[in-house]
Design a binder for this molecule. Structure first.
Ligand SMILES: Nc1nc2c(c(=O)[nH]1)N=C([C@H](O)[C@H](O)COP(=O)(O)OP(=O)(O)OP(=O)(O)O)CN2
Ligand SMILES: [Zn+2]
Length: 125
């Protein structure tokens, strides 16, 4: 069966401030976003189900993780002390990858025009 990518889009609202920028940077002040996350899997289509993975099962894995972030101050969450899109991608990858071996790519959109794409760490040789 062919290999394909599937994805699920999830949304949450949260506040953050960036701690690695000067005080003069607009994002050093607390502010909020409606974040959008795409969780992409890559794998073979199961001939029986016709699925790479059931979207419902993918949701069941992702939803509890994103519920932790919804209406939270991201800076207060362990590992997200400087919650840039880049740092959030790594944080999410480390939580989701053990539960989703087919995880291929995470897309985090902070705004309509700004976001981050992460495909996990380089494989060790
Ligand atoms: N590489 C990164 N740069 C910035 C991040 C980030 O996570 N990674 N985050 C921010 C801020 O959180 C900001 O809220 C989003 O930035 P920006 O796109 O500049 O926001 P605007 O909507 O105000 O941008 P427009 O200029 O209106 O398009 C900053 N940088
Ligand atoms: Zn922001």
């Amino acid at each position: 069966m062919p290999e394909m990518q599937i994805y699920k889009t999830l949304r949450f609202d949260a506040a953050h401030r960036l701690t690695g920028v000067p005080d003069t940077h607009k994002c050093s002040a607390m502010h909020g976003h409606g974040f959008e996350i795409e969780v992409h899997l890559k794998g073979e289509v199961d001939p029986q189900t016709g699925f790479v993975m059931d979207f419902g099962d993918l949701s069941k894995v992702c939803t509890p993780v994103l519920q932790q972030l919804d209406h939270a101050i991201l800076n207060e969450i362990e590992g997200l002390e400087n919650p840039t899109s880049e740092n959030m991608s790594v944080w999410l990858w480390n939580i989701l990858k053990p539960q989703l071996p087919l995880l291929y790519q995470l897309v985090i959109k902070e705004t309509e025009t700004s976001g981050c794409i992460y495909r996990g760490p380089e494989p060790t040789r």
